[in-house]
Design a protein around this ligand. Sequence first.
Ligand code: SF4
Length: 439
Amino acid sequence: MKKKLYIETYGCQMNVADSEVVASILSDEYVICTDEKEADVILVNTCAIRENAEQKVLKRIQELNVLYRKKQKKVKLGLIGCMAERFSTQLLKEDKVDIIAGPDAYRSLPILLDENEKDNVNTVLSTVETYDDIIPIRYASNGVAAFVSIMRGCNNFCSYCVVPYTRGRERSRDPKTIMHDIEILIEKAYKEITFLGQNVNSYIWENDYRFHHLMEDVARLNQNLRIRFATSHPKDLSDNLLKIMAAYPNICKSIHLPAQSGSNQVLQKMNRKYTREWYLERVDAIKKYMPEATISTDLIAGFCGETEEDHQATLSLMQTVAYDYAFMFKYSERSGTFAAKQLKDDVAEEVKTRRLEEIIAVQRNSSHKSNLADIGKTFEVLIEGHSKRSADFYFARNSQNKVIVFPKTKHTIGDYVNVKVESCTAATLFGKAVEEKTI
Ligand code: SF4
């Protein structure tokens, strides 16, 4: 009989996709369980991008030790993912986990978990690993939308970011294996895929097959399959990609374009490799090719050396672009990065907090305006599930990646439906189904 495996995933969509790969790699000996109390092995898939994310995981590891591992020695506890390298010595020394595997070491998990093996840690980073032959087990999926990793790692070395150190150099996956994954998803009646990569639009295979080629090939595969992607780097947002996005109705009209700051001196310190002017030119290009597209972003408040003037430049960038939504954070230093070694984290905590609050206020206003402008419009939406607030409502998203909640009709999860927007908050559109239509 197979043993039971419980995977707890923290952080980004890449980690969700990685946990599906891990489930597949271990599937000869383990079956996924949804109750941690039943597990023989618990793996915690971790994120190192922010300090509070790491602290949360360390607390949880402590809790899992008390709950299961120290009482019932047969439960094995493993830490996998981005925190593996950074915490392997500490956690093994303190006997908090049984095994540790980094993001490129998942193929070694069956060995690391083997009772007879002495090795219990592998954090080696690879320059080639893409897990391209592994068919993920989509154990937590809604059966409608799936993530497909198309590349791993990052070469950009933004000065604040640990990803190039925790996930290694950029490498793209063979398009044939991507297509194979997608064909399986189509057979299983999935309706939406999201291409994932730390820097997804720098995807390149054999020197000339680029991200827009892949997008076009997948868009042609099945008109009924929606395609999204995350996360793109502004420097790699080509006109070719925008033209392909505009040309195919099943490529979703939303772009996440992390700006991080609106000030050139901060962008330079961040090593973002673009200027404010260049970024705004890319935003103009999006609006030119796809006026209906939504644009979202990531912003950091209080990066090293950020002045009041720099902060105002970020607020003015936000006003100019009018983002539809944004992920906003205070800068927190990550050890090992260029910023931690070479730049002074010199913006006072209360100043960071105040600047973040101002950024959030501008964004709330912008998101609300964007949603108010949708009232009266009809969107084709894909029903993804039941609304959390009421079992009488569906939760759906339109091509622009906006959440739309509407009263249930004869439709089911996985259907495309036309919904007319009647009201909104800053975060959600509310409407009612007006007719059925399939793209
Ligand atoms: S592009 Fe920059 S922020 Fe994004 S993963 Fe790479 S180094 Fe980190």
